[in-house]
Design a protein around this ligand. Sequence first.
Ligand code: HEM
Length: 515
Amino acid sequence: MAIPEMQSSALSLLILLLPILLYISYHLARTLTKKKTTTHGLKSHPLLGHLPAFLRNRHRFLDWSTELIVASPDHRMGFWIPGMRTGIVTANPADVEHLLRANFANYPKGDHATSMLRDFLGRGLFNSDGDQWLWQRKNASLQFATRSLRRFVVDVVQAEVANRLLPLLRRSNAGGDVLDLQDVLERFAFDTICMVAFGHDPGCLADGGTLAEARSDLMHTFGEAQDLIIGRFLDPIEVSWKVKKWLNVGTERRLKKAIADVHAFAMDIVRARRRSASLDARDDVLSRFVASDDEALQDIVLSFLIAGRETTSSALTWFFWLVSSRPDVVARIADEVRVARESAGTRAGEPFGFDALRGMPYLHAALTESMRLYPPVPIDSQSCAADDTLPDGTHVGAGWSVTYSAYAMGRLAAIWGDDCAEYRPERWLGEDGAFRPESPFRYTVFHAGPRMCLGKEMAYVQMKSIVASVLEEFVVDVKKDAAGGVPEHVLSVTLRMKGGLPVQVRRRVVPGGAE
Ligand code: HEM
């Protein structure tokens, strides 16, 4: 070939390859300039990634990830584990706002998580994305906004306090028994969520009898199903639960049985409501979904049970434990309750009105502060749909899991100041004594953005009603080993206390009066 011919064919080759070269150099440049998430103090094995560190710390995942996050200047950690997914755990408020609001559409729960939970939760509000989620959210929000639901919540909660909780504590006081307060609070929450959401009273806190016991068994079965299904997420070898499920052995066999029992309970509720032919004539949440088929209604029932069953009980268990070593906080709450009684003209043991419960700013602050340190939903994961960049330029890949840790956020001096480890309700009060809320992207206990918790107000009504009524009448002595430090928690969807919270209640001595 002559030289000019060679030159012209080289030129044509170059022209042909130019787009490919440009494409490669563009992506190379992007990769080199992308900010990566590095985790201070966490070593990555060349083949196993962070698996060795994960296996060593899996049993204390919350504290481990919090230590790493607190030590990191970006307040996040990245992880890569073969067989599991690549991901980020963040406590950075700018990241949280980006995930939960600014780029919400790019961070759904995702097929990976929803398919793992599908056997249990179907396609209910908690376990769906896109249109499936949106229509349920709209319907449920409409119901939560009604005045009638608010009144109904107050009535249901107050009746449960007056007719079941206080009598149970009085019996326990008379007998000098040690009670597991966490268990009592879980029964309370199960009864009230069933009544508010589906107009059904399971009577878990009702007085004794085999029926009440059978109902509590069901509540425990629900807890077992929930914990076992979360075990799927914590298994470092992801196919292993699928194999166990296929072979119907081990935890998957137990899970299958627990799910069948829970589904039968949920379907009984649905069928009973259909039979009563008054599905749409009530104030509860289910009445909003009257047009759905039975299976969809069952999924809705399960989503509300998940939402309301262990959240308030977890919050209150940690609260009662925290204040057991803070008589100053208990005394201020008791004072506030006394003043609320005087201005409402009611007496101890009588129901508090909605307005009284919306007031009591110190009690509100004491609960909010306790959930800052012990958030009922300690971590919450979403999935990244398409490659993205966090506000500080850090790359997030499609398919990665992106988790925010409310638990770590509550322990960040960058958010709460140097006294962040201290339980100090006053940090929530203005000089005028009024409660000062914090941005939901910094205080993420109730989530934030379009998927923010729908039951927040109901949760406060319930928690304030319980604390005010209990502390007005009783002193709660925690029987946990005082030298044992912070009680251990169970790693599940909610922050449950391992082994429960043993307490003894004593009648409070009213100043100037008898017991
Ligand atoms: C202290 C108590 C509570 C806390 C800390 C809490 C916290 C949360 C959190 C973190 C989420 C987001 C979960 C997710 O990503 O899937 C959530 C969602 C939700 N919560 Fe609550 N919750 C509480 C009580 C309740 C109660 C009593 C109800 C009553 C029905 C409720 C209803 C809901 C619902 C329906 C959602 C789903 C919202 C959606 O996906 O659009 N929550 N809550």
